[in-house]
Design a protein around this ligand. Structure first.
Ligand SMILES: [Fe+2]
Ligand SMILES: [Fe+2]
Length: 270
């Protein structure tokens, strides 16, 4: 049996939240069972507020991940700590950082699914421990040996993101342990054209893109960004509004073999 799971890229501002929830509805109509979205930019471009989280969950998103902007709105912390809330922070932050590093999702008729996200360390502003060690630690602690895992790598460098995918293929595509079925990149807000199956078992895409205004500089207003970059005048970078699109990937999973059967990019005008 196959199930389809969608993973949507960084959700930017109210435009992105609307795009992600509209896409979730449409994807479900097409048979997608579960929709996960990165919400690190949901609060006006930076952070995730409790209201933003409620809006995404009400709108059909099943789980929300975060990245380097994970705590820009500190009010989200109790939700990340609450085991009943499907929102998590990167797994390789300081050991003293609060909140869940992994979430468990029960799917009827399918192996238990876990979702975790790790930060890259190349060209990233936030100090983080090894993403490779964090992946190994978190997956080793999963009690169900027959679980499946989706790993998000939230990072700037394409090299590091591809390395994380190959690391998961080497360490976590065995029959006697939880199996990683997908490694999906986020953070750059620009989708890469390399969605593929590694060794016919692991779905990988270096970056799945953004839910938000595409007439923008990675979600921000073009004029304001040009003022900041060309004239080097600091200015508030408002979230843009035109050409809202929802980008991500659909991963089709063979639940019997616990491996990815296909990966298809998502790029919906909403
Ligand atoms: Fe980010
Ligand atoms: Fe982002």
């Amino acid at each position: 049996m196959h199930i389809a799971i969608a993973f949507l890229g960084d959700t930017v501002g109210s435009v992105g939240r609307s795009a992600a929830t509209a896409a979730a509805r449409r994807l479900r109509e097409q048979g997608v069972r579960l929709v996960i979205a990165n919400g690190e930019n949901a609060r006006n471009g930076s952070g995730l507020s409790p209201d933003n989280l409620r809006e995404l969950l009400r709108g059909g998103i099943d789980a929300v991940t975060l990245g380097d902007h994970w705590v820009k709105d500190r009010q989200i912390v109790p939700f990340i700590e609450d085991p009943t809330q499907p929102v998590l922070r990167p797994a390789n932050l300081s050991p003293h950082a609060p909140g869940k590093r992994i979430v468990r999702i029960g799917l009827e008729g399918a192996p238990t699914l876990y979702v975790l996200t790790v930060l890259g360390r190349l060209f990233m502003p936030l100090p983080a421990d090894s993403p490779f060690a964090a992946i190994d630690r978190e997956i080793s602690a999963i009690p169900e040996r027959d679980a499946i895992v989706i790993v998000e790598i939230h990072a700037e460098a394409t090299s590091e993101k591809q390395a994380v995918a190959w690391h998961c293929l080497r360490n976590w595509c065995r029959d006697d342990a939880p199996r990683v079925v997908a490694v999906l990149g986020t953070h750059t807000h620009v989708a890469t054209a390399d969605a593929r199956l590694l060794d016919h078992v692991l779905a990988a895409q270096t970056d799945v893109g953004m839910c938000g205004p595409q007439r923008s500089v990675i979600g921000r207003d073009v004029s304001a960004t040009l003022d900041a970059m060309v004239r080097q005048m600091p200015a508030p970078l408002e979230v843009a509004s035109e050409d809202p699109r929802a980008q991500g990937a659909i991963v089709r999973i063979d639940t019997l073999m616990r491996r990815a059967a296909a990966i298809e990019p998502v790029d919906l005008s909403v």
